[in-house]
Design a protein around this ligand. Structure first.
Ligand code: ADP
Ligand code: ZN
Length: 726
């Protein structure tokens, strides 16, 4: 080929044609460098016939500059990139970018220089230097990476280097990864587990597209079962990918994997250093990385011999990416499995209604593990009526829950209090004049974080020091904290049980895999060790994945919280969350119990939880969705228009609304101010498209918006299959 059509890494540009100079050879999928004006761009060669554009005469073509010495992006991944861009209405370049590493990682030295602290304290210890050294701790990375971790400029890091407090280390970055051994330490499976494992092993061996729903109660051994499928992939010389919803779960996963297979899998997540990512990327592309575990972004990597995908905790909403390309990793994973013609396992104790429906209509095959491993029973669950038996004023834990905590402490067993709200209090107001602290950039209250003595916006990250006086009426000591967050519950626990050892688990305290490992080690420490934990107070971060045999009591502080928003999935999400957090109780030999605090214990979802009627609950929810033609029985797409100017955003939203096409079985609602009417300083309006399944919503929206234009200061984004209704 002497011409090549490229997708270049700039979402604003369409396909571009180049000449392939004499002596260079490229094929679809080759990663190349191309000139663009005075600059150079990375691009990927594509099948020209799949990227229609205006033909440019041969004589006007510029030469490609370079081809990277990498395996080309394979056809199934190219098709996945196209499908994702098409389905989620995203630019091809934006999707393709997720398959490529950063440009520095494409080639370069086989070893690089990284930096780490020496432990030496510099003579001149400015506050900045002290901060940097404290935050960097044991970590290692490029100067720029350490600067980000330390919250200082590159110059400060270089200064520390000159002062001898930080030293350079040569890191070989292309060391091979160890190979997992499928026979290292396989468990003896119970009958139901063995049956499920057989099915999955066969599915992997068949090397055909096969989607499976692995639906097993918490503690039933889903991980052990899908490990057997991974073992099969390894035996066949194939690669396996395991997607997890949170990087905090990676660490416990690595440990379990190493126990089963004799070495760590290859991790992939945003917390990694550039050098680690480069090494992983190359090993994934060469096939040397046999098992990869990662967050959503691992899905688009160029595996050269993929044989299996596992999506663990597949019901988790965090698989939906909310910025950039707004894709749902669970759904794209199924599409990748289809295009690669391989097996995929969606594992969950509380599968999403969408996934259950696919199993019901026979598109997915379902495997059930109805019992916990080793005869452990599911915990007993009871509701506590907060109106009948309320806590004393200014407290949040009902007497019965406090009693249960006390019993557990005496028995030397661990307890977990779940409240899905970070910080101390969700709202601060002035007792005298009623002033409420609101974020200047968002339609949101400022959340008090007593631990850091600040108010913070959970949407944009805006912070202010905790105020002493009301900014409005200037009254001192008039500010009151309204409602509880986990920090406030932790205070209450410390007042009630001054000797209990507590830990708060939120994204504020567990912000790295290392922190997660630290927490797990403390939870697993024997009860008589000073470092062990009696009572955990945590957000949804503790609801999943963990296995702590000595944890026997779970208290749900506010079961009504998730229902407040009232969006499409509110009841389902509440059910899943409480079911998952309950699943942490009584996983060992000791029986567990769960107490659910609610102001409305007769609500359907609470009744279903306490009565253990998951089937009934899901059936009713599914019927309600079917009635209303909501997903998976109908389609939704949100169009969000935002601008720093409210008038501008409003005007454009109305322009889009007026141009809405009419179609059978499709309705357009709005525009209306989005529930989060202001976010990060931008005013937001929303239109919602609701259509029957058969309506080609994406084509309609593409044509509709394609015919309109707006100023560059206005952003219009389309969220297909939205999960967030803010
Ligand atoms: P799930 O993912 O379904 O909640 P896990 O896979 O975490 O369940 O299993 C729960 C606990 O039981 C884990 O500690 C796991 O190692 C253990 N377990 C499950 N099945 C077996 C087995 N067949 N042999 C030994 N241990 C098992
Ligand atoms: Zn904000």
């Amino acid at each position: 080929m002497n011409r090549a059509r490229l997708i270049v890494m700039n979402a604003a540009l369409g396909p571009l044609d180049y000449r392939v100079p004499h002596g260079m050879s490229v094929e679809p999928g080759s990663v190349v460098v191309a000139p663009l004006g005075p600059r150079q761009m990375i691009g990927v060669v594509w099948e020209a016939e799949r990227l229609p554009t205006q033909e440019v005469g041969d004589n006007r073509l510029r030469n490609l500059l370079h081809v990277y010495d990498l395996p080309p992006i394979a056809a199934p991944l190219r098709r996945l990139v196209e499908w994702t861009a098409d389905y989620y209405l995203a630019p091809l370049a934006a999707v393709l970018r997720m398959a490529l590493p950063s440009s520095g990682a494409l080639e370069g030295a086989r070893s690089i220089t990284e930096y780490r602290a020496t432990g030496l304290v510099p003579e001149r210890l400015t506050p900045q230097r002290a901060q940097a050294l404290e935050r960097i701790g044991e970590r290692q990375g490029l100067v720029s990476e350490l600067a980000i971790i330390g919250g200082v400029s590159d110059g400060v890091i270089r200064g520390l280097c000159k002062a001898g407090a930080i030293e350079a280390v040569e890191v070989a970055i292309d060391d091979p990864f160890p190979e997992p051994d499928p026979d290292h330490d396989p468990p003896a499976l119970e009958e139901a587990q063995a049956d499920a494992a057989d099915e999955l092993r066969e599915a992997v061996a068949a090397a055909r597209f096969a989607p499976w729903l692995l639906d097993g109660v918490t503690g039933s051994g889903k991980t052990e079962v899908y490990f057997e499928a991974i073992a099969q992939a390894i035996r066949m010389g194939k690669q396996a990918l395991v997607l997890l919803p949170e990087i905090a779960l990676t660490e416990p996963f690595l440990k379990r994997f190493a126990a089963r297979f004799g070495c760590d899998p290859v991790p992939w997540h945003s917390g990694q250093r550039q050098s680690q990512r480069r090494r992983a990327w190359r090993a994934i592309a060469s096939g040397e990385a046999r098992v990869v575990v990662g967050a959503r972004s691992a899905l688009f990597l160029p595996y050269c011999r993929l044989g299996l995908i596992v999506v663990d905790e597949a019901h988790e909403a965090s698989f939906k990416q909310e910025d950039g390309v707004q894709y749902h990793a669970r759904d794209v994973a199924v599409m990748r499995a289809k295009l690669e013609d391989i097996a995929i396992v969606l594992a969950s104790a509380t599968p999403a209604i969408e996934s259950r429906h696919m199993a019901e209509i026979g598109t997915y095959r379902e495997l059930r593990l109805p019992d916990r491993y080793g005869g452990a029973r599911l915990p007993d669950m009871a509701a506590l009526d907060m109106l009948q038996d309320p806590p004393p004023r200014g407290r949040w834990l009902a007497p019965k829950l406090v009693e249960a905590l006390e019993e557990n402490l005496e028995a030397g067993e661990q307890s977990l209090l779940f409240l899905n709200r970070r910080g101390y209090a969700p709202l601060t107001l002035c007792r005298r004049c009623g002033y409420r602290f609101q974020c200047p950039n968002c339609t949101a209250w400022m959340v008090e974080h007593r631990f850091t003595r600040r108010l913070a916006c959970h949407h944009c990250g805006h912070m202010m020091p905790a105020p002493q006086a009301c900014p409005e009426c200037k009254e001192e000591d008039s500010l009151v904290a309204c409602g509880p967050g986990v920090e406030r519950i932790a205070d209450e626990v410390r007042e009630l049980f001054p000797d209990a050892r507590t830990a708060i688990v939120t994204s504020d305290t567990i912000w790295s895999p290392a922190k997660a490992a630290e927490f797990v080690a403390r939870m697993e420490a024997p009860h008589d060790e000073p470092d062990s934990i009696d009572i955990v107070i945590g957000t949804q971060l503790v609801t999943k994945g963990y296995h702590f045999p000595n944890l026997t009591l779970v208290g749900v502080v506010d079961a009504d919280l998730g229902l407040a928003g009232g969006d499409l999935r509110a009841a389902e999400r509440t059910f899943q969350q409480i079911q998952q957090v309950s699943g942490r109780a009584g996983r060992g030999d000791k029986h567990g119990r769960v107490l659910v605090q609610s102001h409305d214990p007769n609500a359907r979802v609470i009744r279903a939880l306490v009565g253990g009627d998951a089937e009934g609950f899901y059936a009713a929810e599914t019927d309600a969705r079917r009635e209303a033609a909501m997903p998976p029985f109908g389609r939704l797409a949100a169009i969000i228009v935002s601008s720093e100017s409210q008038a501008e955003a409003n005007e454009t939203a109305r322009l889009i609304g007026r141009a809405a096409p009419t179609h059978d079985n499709m309705a357009v609602f709005g525009p209306a101010p989005a529930p989060l009417a202001m976010l990060r300083g931008r005013h937001r309006f929303r239109l919602l498209v609701h259509a029957a399944r058969a309506v080609p919503v994406q084509d309609i929206i593409r044509e509709w918006l394609g015919g309109l234009s707006w100023k560059a200061s206005i952003r219009v984004s389309v969220d297909v299959d939205p999960y967030s209704f803010l």
